[in-house]
Design a protein around this ligand. Structure first.
Ligand SMILES: [Zn+2]
Length: 679
């Protein structure tokens, strides 16, 4: 049981990556893409930049690209992720060829992977690995028995738990309880009207029934209808994802006694005891009414329906680790129907994803030694310093911000902690139990390990050295509770970051990404946390009002973008990411200008510095996605689809207009008074 917390954040990548080139011997350092870091040959010069900048920058690539059959989305970042996938496979193959000492972390990586790859062994066990769990479900006779299972990390429930920093004192840990328990991606899949969503619901009924059939259920169709009926009721009490983004409404810290009075339908002592948690003084209720009303369902809906629900979820949640029949059913619904993927990925790729998710730092430690040149870290450090300096100079000049709020914002900026490459201390996996030939149990044990790790730290001070992403992940994040920005090693490659590319390109690429993450500290939810990560309102009412007015206008812009039928962007859900993109690119532009030290930027291949800067940003977002995937993205994901991360942002930036001579009448043109300027 895990919940997705406020600490969101993404920014992703690409690459025709030269993995281990030694800078000492490379004669003429050359950018990976084009002559200076932008793939000019893949522009579509028939498109006017002011009409569709994304297409102008990437049009020839978009026109010729064939989506791989096993992908739902493919872009620059996926290309880099594929490189990382190949690198991790090579690491695992090496471990398999030269087995490390038994019981060591590398041995666990190898054994976990080998167990996954042994399809014959998985097939021969049938549903036997599930039996202990199905028996526990069958043995449930009353609500207390039901709650006991719901508190166990292996079983589903309308609530989930995670142990994370206390929003009132982020030096300590606290138990966060949040909404959970749906089989489809979120509440909209149960509640939205429309042909596309009807299609998903029908396919879900087929999938749930198929799982019951594989479990040997006597009436799979009926059991499926029962489970989906329950889930629909859970969906009705869930908060919309954009509502969970409002910290002062969504994050409620209370004493355990208060929480019990607030949500009395559940005996929380049973749940907490089953989770293996010590006595709790306080908890965070994240989306409080969903916990209260989900709890009511636990006591009011028929016990037999809940038992079906638990049986379905234990099978579905582990379907990929069971026989091919379960795995195929899971693929058919979640990948094919919901995301438009045509064929299953090769098994080794899924094995790489499995070890990355369950023992990721065990792999990451080896990955970094092989693939992260120390000089990259020094160059990134310098870029981050420049970006922070750029935002500082902008903050000092923002006309909409009054002095008391500005002082708090500057204080927060000064305490940002950047982290680059990989963690200083690697996770200790010695308590994780991995055995050869026991794939299903290995996965359960690895998840248990993670839960036990969280429980063990509950009474310890918060470990600020911990990382929420692996070094081999092509991504980045900001944590509002820690006030940290984190850039894993794998994102520090072209086109995001190329030590041999022109400065304008690195500022428009990784500079924009760094700015994006810094921007999260000041987006619609980040701004509710102060320099120490405490949720505290440090805004004067006047400045608060101006921030809201500007962000409302940004939301209305994005609300108008509808990339697929029944799939418009939700300007509220994507607010933080859009603010991050816009503020981030503005910051990066300022940093680039400062880096020129008053000298004019060189013109390269007839392209000015400002043009290279914006082309690099659009190139970072080069990519395409399938219709079902995009629909899922706009309904569930706070990130806007790729073309809007380019077009939706540049049209608010004055320098882009002059760089490409964008005029009134061009499709992306906004009159100056309608351009949104926040950071
Ligand atoms: Zn982000």
């Amino acid at each position: 049981m895990k919940i997705v917390l406020v600490a969101a954040g993404v920014a992703a990548l690409l690459g025709a990556c030269s993995s281990s080139q030694s800078p000492a011997t490379a004669s003429a350092p050359k950018a990976v893409l084009g002559t200076f870091g932008v793939d000019l040959a893949n522009r579509d010069e028939a498109v006017k930049p002011g009409d569709d900048f994304f297409d102008y920058a990437n049009g020839k690539w978009l026109a010729s690209f064939q989506m791989p059959a096993d992908k739902a989305r493919f872009g620059a970042f996926d290309q880099l992720a594929e490189q990382s996938e190949t690198d991790v496979r090579a690491i695992v193959d090496e471990l398999l060829a030269n087995p490390p000492a038994a019981g060591s972390t590398p041995a666990k990586v190898a054994d976990l992977y080998a167990g996954w790859m042994d399809e014959a062994a998985i097939e021969s066990r049938g549903i036997e690995p599930l039996q202990p769990y199905l028996q526990q479900i069958n043995a449930v006779r009353d609500r207390a028995g039901l709650l006991k299972l719901m508190g166990s990390p292996e079983f589903a429930a309308p609530f989930g738990v995670e142990i994370d920093a206390d929003p009132q004192d982020p030096t300590r840990y606290l138990v966060w309880i949040g909404q959970e328990g749906l089989g489809m991606p979120n509440r909209d899949y149960y509640l939205r009207e429309g042909a596309a969503f009807d299609k998903y619901r029908q396919a879900y009924q087929t999938y749930v029934a198929r799982v019951f059939e594989l479990l040997g259920d006597g009436a799979p169709e009926q059991s499926a209808a029962q489970v989906i009926g329950l889930e629909k009721k859970i969906a009705q009490v869930h908060w919309a994802p954009e509502a969970l983004r409002v910290p002062d409404k969504a994050i409620k810290t209370m004493s355990l006694a208060e929480f019990k009075r607030f949500a009395p339908a559940v005996d929380w002592d049973v749940v907490i005891g089953s989770m293996g948690l010590p006595e709790l003084a306080r908890v965070v209720a994240y989306g409080d009414t969903a916990l209260r009303d989900g709890g009511k369902l636990v006591s009011s809906e028929p016990l037999e329906a809940w038992k079906k629900y638990l049986a379905f979820h234990i099978a579905s949640g582990n379907a990929t680790n069971l026989t091919k029949a379960f795995d195929d059913a899971q693929f058919e619904f979640f990948s094919k129907t919901l995301r438009g993927v045509e064929v299953q990925r090769e098994r080794w790729k899924r094995g790489v994803a499995l070890v990355n998710s369950l023992i990721g730092e065990g792999v990451g430690e080896i990955y970094v030694a092989k693939h992260f040149p120390p000089e990259n870290k020094a160059k990134m450090d310098a870029l981050v310093v420049n970006l922070i300096a750029a935002l500082e100079s902008r903050l000092k000049q923002l006309s909409w911000m009054d002095e008391p709020t500005r002082a708090e914002a500057l204080k927060k900026l000064a305490s940002f902690e950047p982290r680059i490459g990989y963690p200083e201390k690697w996770r200790d996996y010695s308590a994780m139990q991995i055995q050869q030939g026991r794939h299903f149990e290995n996965v359960v044990n690895a998840r248990r390990f993670e839960w036990n790790r969280q429980v063990a730290r509950l009474n310890e001070p918060v470990d600020r050295g911990e990382w929420g992403m692996n070094p081999q992940t092509v991504n980045a994040y900001y944590s509002p509770l820690m006030n940290q920005i984190t850039f894993p090693a794998a994102i520090l490659q072209p086109p995001f970051f190329d030590p041999n590319a022109d400065a304008a390109v690195n500022y428009g690429g990784i500079g924009g990404v760094i700015g994006h993450e810094i921007g999260h500290g000041f987006d619609d939810q980040g701004r509710a946390f102060d320099d120490k990560g405490v949720t505290r309102n440090w805004w004067t009412p006047e400045t608060d009002e101006k921030f809201r007015a500007a962000t409302d206008r940004l939301a209305s812009q994005y609300d108008q973008y509808c990339p697929v039928p029944e799939g418009c962007i939700n300007g509220r859900l994507t607010m933080g990411e859009n603010i991050g993109d816009l503020g981030g690119l503005e910051m990066a532009y300022t940093a680039y200008q400062l880096s020129l030290n008053g000298q004019p930027a060189p013109v390269l291949d007839g392209i000015t510095g400002d043009q290279r800067f914006f082309l690099a940003w659009a190139q970072v977002w080069r990519g395409t996605a399938r219709e079902d995937f995009v629909r899922q993205q706009v309904v569930t994901d706070p990130h806007s689809p790729m073309q809007f991360r380019a077009n939706g942002v540049v049209r608010n930036i004055d320098a882009w207009y002059s760089a490409f001579d964008v005029q009134s009448g061009d499709k992306l043109y906004l009159p100056p008074d309608q351009r949104v300027r926040i950071w």
